[in-house]
Design a protein around this ligand. Structure first.
Ligand code: ZN
Ligand code: ZN
Length: 108
């Protein structure tokens, strides 16, 4: 049985265009959706980071939790200084706020 040449192409082309356009619309939607979700995710991270922000005990300036001193007044940031430190001289554990090494007496 002979089919007229080009008939399937003429028949398929509009459908394929329609299908492609539909897929592109769907892909665009998904991209927007993914972007939105990515933004939400980042916002959540920002929110979590904000939770870690602390205020200076002295001047109430907002401090990064990992900054050791207030950039405004130089007051030690307690939250950042609760991390254990070690004496540069003898390697002994030095507690936050400890001014001299308990092992070797070196100023910290
Ligand atoms: Zn301060
Ligand atoms: Zn020491």
């Amino acid at each position: 049985m002979l089919e007229p040449q080009g008939w399937p192409l003429r028949r398929l082309c509009p459908d394929e265009h329609e299908e492609l356009a539909s897929q592109q619309r769907q892909a665009a939607k998904e991209q927007i959706y993914t972007k939105t979700r990515a933004q939400d995710y980042t916002n959540n991270l920002d929110f979590l980071n904000k939770g870690a922000v602390v205020q200076c005990n002295n001047c109430q300036t907002t401090l990064d939790a990992n900054k050791k001193f207030c950039p405004e007044c130089g007051t030690p940031n307690v939250a950042a200084q609760t991390k254990e430190k070690f004496c540069a001289d003898c390697g002994a554990s030095v507690k936050p706020g400890q001014r001299f090494c308990a092992e070797c007496g070196k100023p910290q």
